[in-house]
Design a protein around this ligand. Structure first.
Ligand code: DX5
Ligand code: ZN
Length: 217
């Protein structure tokens, strides 16, 4: 298990001030930024596409941890990588040949992650999880920030950690806060997406410190 990292979700930030939002979490020492891409089809919400990622790219060297909540990740992965996404996470529910897609993403020069919805069984990622750089475990039904953490979904982390061993990151997304971080760390997660728990707070540096302190306990 790697060192703990917080990947703050810009979804909970101020979309009219992206540059200053990014600067704030970067100044707090974070290395990853979670970009929630939604298509109004795979999830009942819409966010942004590659043009916005390209604009953000000009202002930071942070790793763009790009979470594609879209029906057609095969079609849009390259435009996101071209726009500056370093890392692409796709949903296993919508990709026919995940192993092939992972190869393709690595060929684009991106790192990649596979993710699964709370009700999706862990068996669906069993074969391909070891081929990825990261596995993302959803602990809410994707689409919105500020939802309640689903503990039953988080338990899948235990099995996934057994499958991938210590060298692949396990990220958890949905309702993650200083209250829920200790449990997911116990299960084997090392990377925490935080929407409400970071960008939802007025003092982001303090909020990040609380998250990391909760993980170390
Ligand atoms: C949910 C997104 C999350 C979301 C998390 O669909 O994938 O990344 O921003 O928000 P919180 O941390 O508030 O649950
Ligand atoms: Zn996300």
């Amino acid at each position: 298990v790697g060192s703990f990292e917080v990947s703050p979700s810009i979804l909970s930030g101020d979309f009219s001030n992206l540059q200053s939002e990014i600067k704030e979490v970067e100044a707090a020492g974070l290395n990853m930024l979670h970009l929630d891409v939604m298509d109004g089809h795979f999830v009942p919400n819409l966010t942004f596409g590659p043009p916005v990622v390209a604009k953000m790219r000009k202002h930071t060297d942070m790793v763009f941890d790009t979470h594609l909540m879209i029906t057609n990740p095969e079609k849009y992965a390259k435009p996101f990588v071209d726009a500056g996404s370093d890392h692409i996470t796709f949903h296993v529910e919508v990709v026919d040949d995940p192993a092939e897609f992972i190869k393709y993403l690595h060929g684009l020069g991106a790192t990649c992650g596979v993710t699964l919805n709370p009700e999706t069984p862990v068996e669906t990622v069993e074969k391909v999880a070891p081929l990825c750089d990261m596995v993302l475990v959803m602990t809410v039904h994707p689409g919105f920030s500020g939802q309640e953490y689903i503990a039953a979904a988080a338990k899948k982390i235990v099995t996934i950690r057994e499958i991938v061993g210590p060298n692949i990151r396990i990220e958890v997304d949905g309702g993650i806060s200083p209250e829920t971080v200790p449990e997911v760390v116990g299960f084997g997660a090392d990377t925490f997406v935080a929407g409400s728990a970071v960008f939802g707070k007025s003092n982001r540096a303090k909020a990040i410190r609380y998250m990391l302190d909760a993980a170390e306990e």
